[in-house]
Design a protein around this ligand. Structure first.
Ligand code: ADP
Ligand code: MG
Length: 385
């Protein structure tokens, strides 16, 4: 009864993108490029606060079939959408095009593209589940355009272009974690990303006896409704009040008690304590990790996000509670919150039992039926063919 989302082979996904390309544009693409979705192990709502995050790439990816075309026009189609669209490169601007086109056109805009291209998209990353289908799309497009037009752009430049595409053209506030992991991921590793200067370190994610269960609650996350912006604003205000450039390195209790109102204190406590938890998690992963200790950090992260940062949801809380009750070492919401996905650190022999318990809890509470994903730490954006 538990629903698992199958991992589709990259070559099969690429075939799907090529097929969509043929139907939309009646021709063959020049190549196919792939970029992964991601899950964040720990470090939530701290990327825009100059914190540390620890995401890894998922084996669920977005494939982009693309070809250069004459004329300064960009056209795109997706298997996730019936319509395909075209826009003059000079017409790309904030809100133009709108909808999913903004994520594609925004990258062309941010890279300063002057020649046209046709693009077809096919993805196995759940859309709007907090697993970063948006960055997977942007990053697949970015590596495609780099190769098609022989752009002199390193990964850092491509990451920045994708961030600008999402912030400025799609108008969806993003802190940069998603684009960084999609561009820098290495198989078998999580990425310890320092959001102060975007330096990063690969952290081996070897969990011999355990695995990370990804739970898509199927309650769509809604970050664009203002909550994300409000949290970002609360962090900026706290920095101004405390007279600091970032909340990085502050003692959680001291920083919280320096705030004058309880809500600001709680927000600051989340950000500062979450950064400490990421440092502790990265430290634990240096050697064969103490799973109980790692799990405790995950669960503490969830409580902090739920109680202090107030970005959880009934679906996420249910998934976390049921995972813990069924014996998970720890569990937390992951991604922006307000729906989306959760993760649980589970003994390999307990994976099915935990998944069943999460499904039953959702059903008993009248919540959407969750879907479970395989979380093999995977690689970064690349050319597939
Ligand atoms: P998440 O990144 O967590 O999946 P977002 O709200 O940030 O959620 O991004 C989802 C949006 O990205 C979709 O609404 C759509 O506009 C765009 N998108 C992602 N993947 C695809 C795809 N395969 N085809 C078309 N649009 C996509
Ligand atoms: Mg996103």
């Amino acid at each position: 009864m538990t629903a698992w989302l199958p991992v589709i082979e990259e070559s099969e996904l690429a075939d799907g993108a090529v097929e969509r390309f043929r139907t939309a544009f009646g021709d063959e693409p020049d190549g196919v490029w792939i970029a992964p979705g991601r899950v964040n192990l720990i470090g939530e709502h701290v990327d825009y606060a100059g914190g540390l995050v620890l995401p890894f790439a998922l084996p669920y990816v977005t494939a982009v079939a693309a070809r250069r075309r004459d004329g300064a026009v960009l056209r795109a189609a997706s298997t996730g959408s019936d319509e395909h669209w075209g826009i003059a490169l000079s017409a790309i601007a904030p809100g133009s095009p709108d909808g999913w086109g903004a994520y594609v056109a925004g990258v062309a805009w941010a890279l300063g593209l002057t020649e046209g291209a046709d693009i077809a998209v096919h993805s196995s990353v759940p859309v709007g589940s907090g697993l970063s289908s948006s960055a997977a799309l942007e990053c697949a497009v970015a590596v495609a355009l780099r190769d098609l037009f022989d752009l002199d752009a390193d990964r850092r430049t491509l990451i920045d272009a994708c961030i600008r595409a999402e912030n400025e053209i799609a108008g969806a506030s993003t802190g940069g974690m998603d684009q960084s992991i999609a561009m820098l991921a290495e198989p078998g590793h999580a990425l310890l990303l320092d959001c102060l200067d975007f330096s990063s370190r690969q952290i081996p994610l070897g969990l011999p006896d355990a695995e990370i269960l990804v739970i898509d609650t199927n309650a769509p996350h809604r970050l664009v409704d203002g909550q994300y912006g409000q949290r970002r604003a609360s962090v900026e205000k706290a920095c101004a009040d405390l007279g600091v450039r970032t909340l990085r390195g502050l003692d959680p209790e001291a920083a919280a008690s320096a705030m004058t109102d309880p809500v600001s204190a709680a927000r600051v406590r989340h950000v500062t304590s979450e950064i400490v938890r990421v440092e502790q998690a990265a430290e634990l992963l240096h050697s064969t990790p103490d799973l109980t200790a790692l799990g405790t950090l995950l669960t503490a992260s969830h409580r902090s996000l739920r109680d202090d940062y107030e970005v959880s949801s009934p679906e996420l809380d249910s998934a976390v509670r049921a995972s813990l009750d069924a014996g998970a070492f720890g569990a937390r919401m992951t991604g922006g919150g307000f729906g989306g996905s959760a993760i649980a650190l589970v003994d390999r022999t307990r994976t099915e039992a935990v998944a069943d318990a999460v499904t039953e809890a959702a059903s008993a509470a009248g919540l959407p039926t969750p879907t479970f994903l395989t979380a093999t730490p995977s690689g970064a954006a690349h050319r597939q063919r």
